[in-house]
Ligand binder design. Structure first.
Ligand SMILES: CC(C)(COP(=O)(O)OP(=O)(O)OC[C@H]1O[C@@H](n2cnc3c(N)ncnc32)[C@H](O)[C@@H]1OP(=O)(O)O)[C@@H](O)C(=O)NCCC(=O)NCCS
Length: 326
């Protein structure tokens, strides 16, 4: 039985008619959650919101075998959705040692991503550093196009990043800050290199904070990540163009070499995984330390894989297609 789930959905490819959108809404059985989705002003936000809800439900359905109509989420005081505790008491959950089931989603741009673990608290964050470019410029393209004048665009990335690196907006621990400053001052470091290093720190910190649902109450400069020895740049670009096919599943980079200090103390037992979903989106999953459950001798951990699903697959798995034809 699979014990960890990583799923990504690209909502850009879903262009629902009003009635298709209502079909999707009908699969969210909790009126208070439906209300949250309807409150968004922009259609794109309503789309990512409902896809996030369906993604949570579809992963719970696949992972724990609970029917959509029976799935219910509560929220922690700071807003993290958690599966209603009574559902974790079911025989199926206990038999499969899924009593510590935990799940989290994140959305940015047109991506919605989800991570779930059977026996560990988990957090996920995706960031669209394309959106953060603060201009129409696509830095990845700029960096790779020899006909463009890189010197013109590099400072735009730098001035954006300086707002985070500077004394007033730092999310960084001192060592991280020194690393970012080195990258900003290194003429050989491309704008994309700077932005992807920044996004890597950003998503790792957000994912960590989302594990226990602390939200804005946690001062993220207390976290110090050391990415040295973890060559993130080796992660292939999965979708270099919008027309390229999305692979069904892709390996995530397990950042086993990554070290994390919290308030200067080495935090052991944490694991982080990272993937670049496309040219502009980086996603990180954080899994809290947990005692290893009793395993049969042959047991191997699931390799960290990101599965890509379409919205219609999510809806089908929750019984959406049936609803349409009835
Ligand atoms: C919710 C929060 C934790 C993440 O917000 P975000 O990055 O804008 O949003 P994401 O798309 O990654 O995640 C949103 C989803 O996470 C879940 N979520 C909400 N509150 C959460 C919490 N406290 N903990 C974990 N997950 C939470 C929800 O499912 C939410 O989606 P929904 O509202 O559609 O149900 C944010 O409020 C926050 O507090 N971040 C602060 C951390 C910080 O200081 N960051 C600075 C840069 S590192």
């Amino acid at each position: 039985m699979q014990r960890r789930w990583r799923v990504a959905v690209n909502t850009e490819e879903w262009k629902p008619t009003p009635s298709e959108f209502e079909n999707a809404m009908a699969l969210e059985t909790q009126p208070e959650e439906q209300k949250k989705t309807r409150k968004y002003y922009f259609e794109a936000d309503r789309k990512t919101s409902i896809v996030g809800r369906l993604l949570l439900r579809s992963v719970v359905h696949d992972c724990l075998g609970i029917e959509n109509r029976d799935i219910a989420f509560d929220r922690t005081p700071k807003g993290k959705p958690i599966l209603r505790p009574s559902l974790l008491q079911s025989d199926a959950c206990r038999q499969n040692s899924c009593g510590g089931f935990n799940i989290n989603i994140s959305h940015s741009g047109h991506w919605v991503v989800c991570a779930a673990e059977c026996d560990a608290p988990v957090g996920i964050d995706v960031t669209d550093y394309g959106m953060r470019r603060n201009s129409q410029m696509d830095f990845a393209l700029v960096d790779s196009d020899p006909t463009l004048d890189r010197t013109k665009y590099r400072p735009m990335a730098a001035s954006f990043l300086e707002s985070f690196v500077g004394p007033h907006g730092s999310i960084f621990a001192p060592t991280e800050l020194a690393h970012m400053q080195r990258l900003l001052n290194d003429p050989a470091c491309t704008a994309e290199g700077q932005l992807s290093a920044f996004s890597r720190y950003w998503t790792a910190k957000e994912a960590y904070v989302k594990v226990f649902g602390d939200g804005l109450g946690f001062e993220v400069s207390r976290l110090c990540f050391d990415f040295s020895g973890v060559p993130f740049a080796s992660v292939p670009l999965l979708r270099p163009t919008l027309t390229a096919p999305v692979p069904h599943s892709a390996p995530m980079e397990a950042m086993t070499a990554l070290r994390l200090h919290v308030d200067g103390i080495l935090a052991s037992g944490w694991s982080f995984e990272s993937i670049r979903l496309d040219r502009n989106h980086i996603c990180t999953v954080a899994v809290a330390p947990h005692p290893p459950p009793t395993r049969p001798e042959w047991w191997q951990p699931d390799p960290p894989n990101m599965q890509f699903r379409s919205v219609s697959t999510l809806m089908d798995s929750l019984g959406g297609e049936l609803d349409w034809c009835c």
